[in-house]
Design a protein around this ligand. Structure first.
Ligand SMILES: [Zn+2]
Ligand SMILES: [Zn+2]
Length: 362
């Protein structure tokens, strides 16, 4: 066996509906693993790839929020073995870049992906989304992209930690440093924002304000642990957040939209010496304008959170254990389970704001 063929979801061109194609998966080479996918969540980033918003390296093999079982490993792989239950990550740290060498592997500047390429049957090279490509029965990754977790957690829930939910939880806990007794405001209550709310609750925040324009999303936010909700289309969220924090503003404001106006609100709703965390992804053409004296005068920190500043080997097994103990409700993020054929429709539901996560089950 030198390669095998499986079904996968491919974006062939900018804005074109995705299609199911036959994917050729090479046997794993040195440092690589082939993983049999059990579940993969539909993330906004998959849609951004299809829209040409990430780069122009079509065709893309989409999907990157996944859990499954290692089928085979290449030469020299010692971290995982066939049969291991894993969550796939897009931060397989190198151990050698300047950030890793400073003891901060969560900021690794040189993460690993598989060296060999997956292709269509005519030899066309595929670009796997975030170096993963998991809307497929199997995928080829770098072995370091496989993080072992307790197999008692179902793949529908576990896979979510591979991207959006980890980004949100990490924005609160890792980047924002939310701790017991803090007040937190979360702007934008989709999957990432709700995960930030769940993370803030896990960390012991006593006040968690959810801000959105959609009452349905605010209802979801309450289920994840928001203590207050505010619809910014009818109420000034900055004034509201101040009113429920003794007139001061929140210790940590998390912007999960990626919009200059919303960022400005997060900036203004923050207490003195507080922290703003940007986890929403702005468009490349956006700019922000802030009163410079306030940036100085309010002190604190304006931070950005990439993938929740997570370290998969540290965070995935820990969060899965908290899930299994009933302290982190990952199942609540799963709005529906679907098949590979339903990814295009799931994109539309996501655009209409009808779902937190559609999860492909294989
Ligand atoms: Zn590194
Ligand atoms: Zn994602």
């Amino acid at each position: 066996m030198v390669s095998q063929q499986v079904r996968g979801v491919v974006a062939r061109g900018k804005g074109q509906p995705v299609s199911i194609e036959t994917i050729v998966i090479p046997d794993p080479g040195p440092g690589e693993a082939v993983v049999k996918i059990q579940a993969c969540g539909v993330c906004h980033t998959d849609l951004h790839y299809r829209e040409g918003g990430i780069n122009d390296d079509f065709p893309f093999l989409l999907g990157h929020e996944a859990a499954g079982v290692v089928e085979s490993v290449g030469e020299g792989v010692t971290g995982v073995a066939p049969g291991d239950y894993v969550i796939l990550n897009w931060r397989a740290v190198c151990g050698n870049c300047r950030s890793c060498l400073k003891g901060k592997p969560q900021y690794c500047f040189s993460t690993f992906n598989a060296t060999q390429k997956m292709t269509l049957t005519d030899g066309t090279v595929l670009s796997p989304a975030l170096g993963i490509g998991a809307f497929a029965e199997k995928t080829l990754v770098a072995a370091g992209q496989c993080t072992k977790v307790d197999p008692a957690a179902p793949a529908t829930a576990a896979g979510l930690l591979g991207c959006g939910v980890m980004a949100g939880i990490g924005a609160a806990i890792n980047t924002g440093g939310v701790s017991r007794g803090d007040s937190v405001a979360v702007f934008g209550c989709g999957g990432v924002g709700d995960a930030a709310i769940a993370g803030a609750r896990l960390a012991g925040a006593q006040t968690i304000v959810a801000v959105d324009l959609d009452d349905r999303k605010l209802a979801w936010a309450k289920e994840f642990g928001a203590t207050h909700t505010v619809n910014a289309s009818t109420t000034d969220p900055v004034e509201f957040i101040k009113s429920v924090t003794g007139g001061n503003g929140a210790d940590v404001c998390i912007e999960a939209v990626g919009h200059p106006g919303v960022y400005r609100q997060a900036f203004e709703a923050r207490d003195l010496a507080g922290t703003v965390v940007l986890v929403g992804v702005p468009r490349p053409d956006m700019t922000i304008e802030l009163p410079f004296i306030e940036v100085f005068g309010r002190g604190g920190a304006l931070k950005s959170s990439w993938y929740g500043d997570c370290l998969p080997t540290r965070d995935f097994p820990m969060l899965i254990n908290l899930y299994l103990q009933g302290r982190l409700d990952l199942d609540r993020f799963v709005s529906e389970t679907i098949g590979l054929d339903d990814v295009e429709e799931a994109f539309h539901k996501m655009e209409r704001g009808e779902v937190l996560r559609s999860v492909v089950v294989l």
